[in-house]
Every structure is written in C-alpha cells, then in structure tokens.
Design a protein around this ligand. Structure first.
Ligand code: MIC
Ligand code: SF4
Length: 622
C-alpha cells in the first residue's frame, strides 16, 4: 500500500519511533514564534546556553502585543529583536504582519516540517508542508536542534469534489468540516485534502482551511504541492522552493470524508464555539453591530479582492462598525496600489494595523450584547474582550455583505470582480524584516522576569479541587488574553493573577491561600491556543494535577513540560473537595476524600512524559 502525503513528509523527517507508545520523533526544519509566546520561548532557549539556532530557518514575529500601552510590550519587542539578532533568527518587526500570513508568503516550503509557538502554525501547510503548533518550550527545543515528539497521527482524508459557487468560500469548507468533526474531532490526527476540487483552490484558500484545522484540535492539516502551489510561489518570487508532492494513489486513510463543493452553502460558527455551525440562511435577519475582516485566517490579498468586489460603490450600514486588518505589509501595499483600499475606505471601513488586533482582544471589543461578525477562527467566551458579545465566525463574503445590509446576509451569487486581476505584482516587502547579524547583546527590560523554578510534584499528592469544569474548556478560559493581560506574558507572577479570571475571579487567590490544588474537568480540556502560560501560571499557583476526561494535544504537552500530571479520568468533585493522588508509571489512584470515592486508572503516559514529570518539568532536565 502506498503512503499518504502526511506520512511521506513525516517519515522523511522521522528520527525515531516508539511502537509501544505509538509516538514518533521528527526533526524540525523551520520554526516560528510570535511575541506573546516568544518571550517565554526565547527565555527557555537562552537557558540551554547554545550559541545559535540549529534549524534551517527560524523566524521571530511581533504581531500580537502591538498595543504599546506602557513600556511592557515595547520592552518585549526589544528583547525579541536582540535575541533574534544574536542567535541567528530572522526578525519580523511589529507592523510587518501576522506571523502565519507572512510565513506563508515568505518562508513556508513544500515538504518541510515547521514548528511554531502558535496553534495556527498549520496555516503554512497550505503549501504542502507539515506545520504544527506547539508550546514555546517545544519550539525552543526544536531551535536547539532537538527532535519533536508527536503521537503518530491518524490521517483523515477529506476528498474535495466540484467547485465552489460564487459567494461560497474556503472558509465555508472548514466551518462545514467543524460542524462534522467538532472541536475535538481532530485530536492526534492530520487532516489531508485531496481530490479534483483541490486544484480549484489557490494557496491562500488552502491556508485558510489549514489554519482553522487548529479548531478541530488536529495536529496539522495538509494540501498537496501542485501547479497552484507553483503559481503561488512564483508570484512570491520563490518558485525555486517548489517541489511537487502528493499522496500515492493507492494510499488509504484512517477516516474518509467527502465534501461536494458544488452544493456547499455559506455558513457560520455561532457563539461561542467554532463547531456551533449553522447555514447563514438560518441566521438571516440577525442585526449586526460590528464586522471585522482580517486575522491569520482571512487576511490575504484574495480575501480583500472578494471583499472589495462586494463593497465597491456601496456604503456600510449606519449601525455597523467595519474594521479591516490586512494580514501583511505585502497585502497592504497591494490593496493600496490597485485601488482596493480606496473602495474599502469609501464604503466606510476603519483600517487597523496589520496584526492580530481584535482577534486576541487587543482593541475593538464590541459593545454590551453586540453581534460581531468576524472572519477570524475563534469565538470563545470572553475572547473579544466583551463577555456578553455574540461573535459569529464567517467568510469575507458574508462579512462584507452583512456590513452593507446591517444584518447577517447570504452572499451566494456574489461574483469576484475581474478588475482586480489576481496576477498583480506581489511586492517583496523587506522593510520590516531583519536578517541576523550575530552582533547584538540581549536587552531585557524590567517586565521580563526569570522563569520560576518548579520542584517535582512527587508521587503522593494531597490537594484540593480548585475548580470543577465542563467540556471543551479553552486556554482562553484558563489564561485569558486581551490588552490587560498580554503585557505580562514574560512575568509569570503577575499573569498568574488572571488565571480563570473571566469565569472565576477568585481562582488565583483561592489557590494561593489553599496550597496544593487540582483542576477537574471533562472532555477536551485545554483546547485552543498553544500558550504555555495556561500551564505555567496554574503551576505557579500550586496546581499539581489536572484530572479531565480528555485533553487537547498541545495543552497536554504543555502541562507535562511544566511538571503537572495530566490524569485522564472522569471524577465527581466539587470545589475544595480533598483529593489524594498516588501514582506510578503503571497506575494512578485518585481518592476524593470528601466524597469517599476512589478511582483507579492505568497510567498511559509515555516514558518520556513520566521522566519529565518526575523531574519537575523539562527545564529541570538541562
Ligand atoms: C490565539 O489565537 O489564541 C493565539 C493568541 O494566537 C495563541 C497563542 C498565544 O496565546 O499567544 C495560539 O493560537 O496559540
Ligand atoms: Fe493572531 Fe488571531 Fe491568528 Fe492567533 S488566531 S495568530 S491571535 S490572528
């Protein structure tokens, strides 16, 4: 039997395999970091004491914390710039664009492995790479040349047939898939696209689909590298990076899904989860207060071509605020040169910086109870900065038409205007990209604190339940982002004050006054972002174990990396119940002393995981 594209690339990079634990370790060709996870990743990298990165290419982006309200974010940027220069990392300054958009334009190469300290790193898989999101410490290790270990993924083959109708978008494909697979349907899987419909999608559209594969919890997503990939790389003046790549015809997938593009309808992810999917027709007439177009999911040149085609000669509704954030300097220059920007401004759009911005709650929080339509990828509770807001995730076409009408509208039939030819010049924007000179001294401002030291949790734990939670708790619940919190990403003591603050304002104080704690949850705990702060900050507050029915991939790894025991178990526990945990490499016994209930489960952690937890985390192993 032949190989899937996923395993062609993975096997090519495999350095070892653990059959008993079903894991494989792969060498990483390229890394990326962004500022919100990057400061921690580089502090970790510096603690290894090596002289330069060992990857083929590493890039450090600044795109998240660009609201410089106080000295903190600006200090972080200085730190990142000087580390990059000294250790051989390309630096993309604030204003250059969103990491995933720029990485796709400038650096993603078919057939390579890319590891990034951001869950949407798989955006770069749109060119036929295997790009994976991970915690900062895993990316720091990859920069040091160490292999990255994953559970050997199952491969889901998604066959695309037909062609999208006018007004239906790549975004609708991935939202539709989220409706089928749910936010936990992709855990430890790679979603591989194939079939005749693939060639109807250009790389930016493929990237949109791979980007939101993160919302399925997938390890990665991948498209073949074909004539459309060549076309994209040529426009980016990188055709020498092209190699053709596809699955073997006789390869077989672990799961099969077929999507008929001919019949797909515009759809939306409704509040507050990307898998709460409805067709736009079921939502029509909902009044809209805010529309935002941008983020790493939908901020390409092609996205703005589609938006301009709808907004041309029109004005947005008087009750709507429309914000647009082009994904990169390149996109911004292109829409400026060919008149698209003028169309958007004349329609009433507000131009935002080429950065993550409102996607991560950095500004543009909606009004109380407002309906916000966003071309983004996440609509988790509280993420917009307004807990009562109702955030819908939609395609650029739905967003643009709804901005004009003032209510959610179906763009079926809206055509792309030929005036904006797609074969325009793609400028190489290097004004905010810096090649390393190896000359800088690292500058660390006062907000950058050393990473706290954690001792091993031990094999007998006596603790209390500090919080008892439902299914699908996101890292936005655990460690909120937004303008108030993000400036403390390099200050664990300070950021720990905000753990669970959106849903339980007393969590941090309760932990500090009670000592040892455990978190109890249900399915898919820790879904969403890669932020390792969602593990480090609870650990700082005395959390020793998380007991959940199942975990999201990246978060589970982050817990282990910082010496917290993840226990896969369903237990009944209320707030402040007394819990004891006795564990060894074979078995974990949890007793809820308060309720007099005992639970025993097999310990299915790998040898490497056990080693890290016994050491008190990965940083104690160096
Ligand atoms: C996100 O979209 O949630 C983020 C912000 O990009 C995160 C990373 C972070 O928390 O810094 C992600 O997706 O990993
Ligand atoms: Fe930035 Fe939003 Fe993309 Fe995360 S999802 S990288 S915050 S644009």
């Amino acid at each position: 039997m032949g190989k899937t594209l996923t395993y062609k690339i993975l096997d090519e990079h495999k350095v070892s395999e653990d059959l008993e634990n079903n894991t494989m370790s792969i060498i990483i060709d390229q890394t990326l970091t962004q500022d919100a996870t990057g400061t921690m990743a580089y502090l970790e990298f510096l603690s290894f004491g090596i002289d330069k990165v060992r990857t083929k290419l590493s890039v450090s982006y600044v795109d998240h914390n660009t609201l410089q309200n106080g000295f903190m974010n600006a200090d972080d940027h200085k730190f990142l710039q000087t580390v990059a220069d000294k250790y051989g990392i390309i630096y993309s300054k604030a204003g250059n664009g969103i990491c995933h958009q720029v990485n796709l334009e400038r650096f993603a190469v078919p057939g390579r492995t890319i590891l990034g300290s951001d869950s949407h790193t798989p955006t770069s898989s749109g060119v036929g790479a295997i790009a994976i999101g991970a915690g900062g410490l895993d990316v720091a290790c990859a920069m040091a040349g160490k292999p990255f270990t994953i559970v050997k993924p199952k491969v889901v083959g998604v066959k695309l047939i037909g062609t999208l109708r006018d007004g239906v978008s790549a975004k609708d494909i991935i939202i539709h898939l989220l409706g089928i697979l749910t936010v936990k349907g992709g855990v430890n899987k790679v979603i591989e696209y194939y079939g005749e419909g693939v060639k109807t999608l250009g790389v930016p559209e493929r990237a949109t689909i791979c980007n939101m594969g993160a919302e399925l919890g997938a390890t990665s997503s991948v498209f073949p590298s074909d004539e459309r990939t060549y076309e994209f790389l040529k426009l980016q003046k990188r055709e020498s990076d092209f190699i053709p790549l596809s699955r073997d015809e006789d390869s077989e997938y672990d799961e099969n899904i077929t999507i008929d593009l001919n019949t797909l309808k515009p759809c939306a992810s409704c509040p507050n989860s990307p898998d709460n999917v409805k067709n736009v027709d079921e939502l029509k007439d909902i009044k809209v207060d805010q529309v935002l177009i941008g983020s790493c999911t939908n901020s390409s040149y092609y996205d703005f071509v589609k938006v301009a085609s709808i907004l041309k000669g029109k004005k947005i509704h008087k009750d709507v605020s429309l914000g647009i954030a082009p994904g990169s300097q390149q996109v911004l220059q292109m829409i400026t040169k060919n008149g698209i920007l003028d169309i958007l401004l004349s329609a009433g759009a507000r131009i935002l910086e080429s950065a993550c911005g409102p996607c991560i709650g950095m500004g543009q929080s909606p009004a109380t109870d407002a309906v916000s339509l966003r071309t983004f990828n996440r609509n988790f509770y509280g993420r917009s900065g307004t807990n009562s807001a109702k955030v819908y995730l939609v395609s650029p076409e739905v967003a643009a038409l709804s901005a004009i009408n003032g209510y959610i509208s179906n763009p079926l039939g809206c055509k792309v205007d030929d005036e904006f030819s797609l074969n325009v010049d793609y400028p190489k924007c290097d004004s905010l990209l810096y090649m390393p000179t190896f000359e800088s001294e690292v500058i660390m401002g006062p907000n950058i604190k050393p990473i706290p030291h954690f001792s091993p949790i031990g094999n007998h734990i006596e603790a209390k339940t500090m919080i008892s939670l439902e299914d699908n708790i996101t890292t936005d619940h655990i460690m909120p982002a937004g303008a108030k919190v993000l400036p403390y990403r390099s200050n664990i003591e300070k950021i720990s004050e905000f753990v669970f603050s959106n849903i339980d304002a007393d969590f941090s104080n309760r932990c500090l006054s009670n000592g040892n704690g455990v978190i109890v949850a249900k399915q898919n705990y820790g879904q969403g972002s890669s932020r390792e702060h969602a593990a480090i900050a609870p650990r700082y507050l005395g959390i020793k174990a998380v007991i959940a029915q199942s975990f999201a991939r990246i978060h589970k790894k982050n817990l282990i990396n910082f010496g917290i025991l993840p226990i896969e178990l369903a237990i009944d526990a209320d707030l402040l119940d007394e819990i004891t945990i006795d564990w060894n490499e074979k078995e974990i016994k949890v007793i809820n002393v308060t309720k007099n209930k005992t639970y025993v489960t097999e310990n299915n952690l790998t040898e490497q995981d056990l080693f890290l937890i016994n050491k008190g985390g990965l940083l104690n192993t160096f």
